[in-house]
Design a protein around this ligand. Structure first.
Ligand SMILES: Cc1cc2nc3c(=O)[nH]c(=O)nc-3n(C[C@H](O)[C@H](O)[C@H](O)COP(=O)(O)OP(=O)(O)OC[C@H]3O[C@@H](n4cnc5c(N)ncnc54)[C@H](O)[C@@H]3O)c2cc1C
Length: 495
């Protein structure tokens, strides 16, 4: 075919999942003293990072006469330095430094009802009259320790539990018993603010799924969390990573605006033809294909997916979330003393119209930077990021970015429900079958950055073995779900 190029490995999807495979394949090969494979990483959109999506804003000039330039993350926005050891190691390797490129954020959360009848914060030193009831706070702390330990040490025992079953069964056994409000006022609302909650609602979420987030992001069952934000937003981190890889890892070709369609065109290598649905076809022949986009996108992108893989990926469901940057404070607690970095809406049990994944950030607190007084508790104008806001944001309150575009993004993540857990265990048995590998958030735990990176490591190891022996190392039977999910939780939470 005219203009056709060939590559050893094509990776479909330029989010952190695809970048992790490209990075780990190259670095692991170098560490083993073998030539890194030729890799082509293709991304459908015009930017790298997928769910890491930052908008830049100009608020004119500040009182000191300097430009007030700010940013907001509509998707990925924070990480826990204590647990994200793989990501931090990569940051160290590329010179992306603590205190300069990422900084500690103000880790505070409010819980509030939309009618203003209830609002409290989780702060250790609350503002007057707004702190969490001491019994509730004690129960919340106890939950983090007890449930964190159970998720890592007794994962198999609790693998079929919903979070509601777990709390109802374990709460009364504690000394003192957990406050009956722990679930309805704190844990279930907070779960509804996790990007992987399913439409069935927070109470039905698997205990282990919930604990992935609490352990890896918030330190449950482990060391206290040190949550950080990316200076200039998550896109700044991705841009630095891609710049480093482009300069130093020259075996990788990066192609943006390349919406891949993959088909098998031969039974011997290179088996696959990858074509671009976009304007520039640029066909690529590849020996190995890594699917690192969302499961449903991969199903569309791959013509003739092996039937078992197709069945597994088809079972994974997605939230079509909308994130928006705005100035409408009506999505926050009525009592403004309660405004926190993260603001969690308490729904009535069984509330009709419960939207999955509702959370509101005060951007000025999220980027609060004690080391830089100019940005410390950055003053007016206050602005907010809402994921699936509980009330419509009027158009005139939606901010426009420096390019004049409304700051709205549609960022998707798979549900991490019982079906997805099982899919994660079964997709491992498909790694390497017909020279296809699977990576990205849906394949590994709750799909946090650290977990995407862990999957990138695992897939890279398998592909390098494949390259050395000339055949994929097929994994055989699926692992028991509780064991797989529990072991991964321990590994990625640094426990
Ligand atoms: C709103 C939100 C907030 C989040 N916040 C955090 C956070 O603070 N910290 C954290 O660690 N995690 C967070 N996450 C989880 C986050 O999704 C993961 O950390 C990670 O970014 C997922 O990476 P991924 O590569 O699997 O998917 P994505 O980042 O979604 O990337 C997939 C890419 O594949 C591309 N693609 C699709 N089809 C094709 C095709 N045919 N050809 C080529 N390319 C294709 C897409 O354009 C996309 O860029 C958040 C998720 C959401 C939705």
């Amino acid at each position: 075919m005219a203009g056709q190029t060939s590559t050893d490995v094509v990776i479909v999807g330029g989010g952190v999942g695809g970048l992790a495979v490209a990075w780990n394949l190259t670095i692991q090969a170098m560490q083993e003293g073998v030539n890194p494979p030729n890799i082509t990483l293709v991304e459908a959109s015009g930017r790298w990072g997928g769910n890491a999506d930052t908008f830049q804003f100009s608020f004119g000039t500040g009182p000191d006469g300097k430009p007030l330039n700010r940013w907001a993350d509509l998707g990925v926005n924070d990480f826990n330095v204590t647990a994200y050891t793989k990501i931090v190691a990569v940051m160290n390797a590329i010179g992306f430094n603590y205190g300069v490129d990422y900084k500690q954020l103000e880790d505070t959360t409010s819980y509030f009802t939309a009618d203003g009848s209830l609002a409290f914060t989780d702060n250790a030193v609350p503002w007057w009259g707004t702190g969490m009831d001491p019994n509730l706070a004690a129960s919340a702390n106890s939950f983090m320790t007890v449930a964190g330990n159970d998720a890592t040490k007794n994962a198999t025992k609790f693998q079929n539990y919903t979070i509601e079953q777990y709390i109802n069964e374990q709460g009364p056994l504690q000394n003192p018993p957990w406050d009956p409000d722990l679930g309805p006022m704190v844990i279930y609302p907070r779960i509804n603010g996790m990007y992987f909650v399913s439409e069935l609602g927070p109470r039905s979420m698997p205990f282990l799924a919930v604990m992935h987030y609490y352990a890896i992001q918030e330190g449950a069952g482990g060391q206290p969390a040190n949550r950080c934000y990316f200076v200039n937003g998550a896109s700044a981190w991705i841009d630095r990573l891609v710049a480093y890889m482009t300069n130093k890892l020259t075996n990788i070709t990066f192609l943006l605006n390349y919406q891949a369609v993959v088909s098998q065109v031969a039974t011997t290598d290179p088996m696959y033809l990858v074509q671009n649905l976009g304007n520039n076809p640029m066909p690529i022949r590849a020996t190995i294909v890594v699917l690192a986009a969302h499961a449903d996108d991969c199903l569309t992108a791959f013509i003739g997916m092996p039937a078992p893989a197709s069945a597994i990926m088809g079972a994974v469901r997605y939230n079509n979330g909308i994130s928006v940057v705005h100035t409408d404070s009506r999505v926050l607690p009525v009592n403004s003393n309660c405004w926190c970095t993260y603001n969690i809406l308490i729904h009535e049990p069984g509330a009709a119209g419960l939207k999955p994944y509702v959370i509101n950030y005060v951007a000025n607190r999220h980027q609060n930077d004690a080391a830089n007084p100019a940005y410390d508790k950055f003053g007016l104008p206050q602005f907010f990021v809402s994921c699936n806001p509980q009330r419509p944001i009027p158009e005139n309150m939606i901010l426009k970015d420096v390019g004049g575009n409304p700051a709205i993004a549609n960022l998707r993540h798979n549900n991490f429900d019982f079906t997805t857990m099982e899919a994660q265990s079964r997709i491992e048995t498909m790694q390497g079958v017909q020279n296809i590998y699977y990576a990205g958030g849906w394949t590994h735990g709750s799909g946090l950055h650290e977990e995407c990176w862990a999957q990138g490591e695992d897939v890279a190891t398998l592909i390098l073995q494949h390259a050395q022996t000339g055949a994929p190392k097929l994994p055989g039977q699926p692992k028991e779900v509780g064991k797989l999910v529990g072991d991964r939780l321990k590994r990625n939470a640094g426990l």
